[in-house]
Write a protein that binds this ligand. Structure first.
Ligand code: FE
Ligand code: FE
Length: 173
């Protein structure tokens, strides 16, 4: 039987389980995205974020521990869907630049999901006076935000590539 949720701490734990599963899914998806990326900066960004994501998993384990809870996941259906869209981008029959742009589009959706989720759990932890947990969650939240910004910068490089290649490919058509 699923435990009843009676207070904000129960809801916090439930949301942490969702995130724990989501981050776990990402540790499997990011290597595939890195492999599919063509632009070296993008490949590197995915590899760097994989290392960060492994740390996000470890941080969540620390938060569970601080709450006296077992680190346990609960299928995050939203992340499943977002990752599925990412794998569609990987499989697409596209030019390298188009695939890179599609990978960034998928990855930024993932980061925004995480930003929303970590913002929520950080605020819950703060309201509950769980200072350590709130600080740990804030650290991850900051890294998700930085990753989103980095992806935006790389996307601009991608778009510039289109601008350079654009005129030529139109003439060919
Ligand atoms: Fe993360
Ligand atoms: Fe992330």
């Amino acid at each position: 039987m699923v435990a009843a949720m009676n207070d904000l701490q129960d809801l916090l734990v439930d949301q942490l389980k969702d995130l724990y599963n989501a981050e776990g899914q990402l540790t499997k998806a990011l290597p595939k995205m890195a492999k599919a990326a063509s632009l070296p900066e993008l490949k590197q960004a995915f590899e760097k974020h994989l290392a960060q994501t492994e740390e996000h998993v470890a941080r969540l384990e620390r938060v569970f521990e601080s709450l006296g809870e077992k680190a346990k996941g609960k299928t995050c259906h939203a992340m499943k869907g977002l990752i599925e869209e990412g794998s569609e981008a990987i499989k697409e029959d596209a030019t390298d630049a188009v695939r890179d742009a599609a990978l960034i589009a998928a990855a930024q959706r993932v980061e925004h999901y995480e930003i929303a989720a970590y913002g929520t759990v950080r605020t819950f932890a703060e309201s509950l006076g769980l200072k350590d947990a709130a600080n740990i969650l804030q650290k991850t939240l900051d890294e998700e935000g930085q990753t989103d910004k980095l992806l935006t910068e790389i996307a601009e490089t991608c778009v510039n590539q289109f601008a350079e290649a654009g005129a030529g490919s139109e003439e060919e058509a």
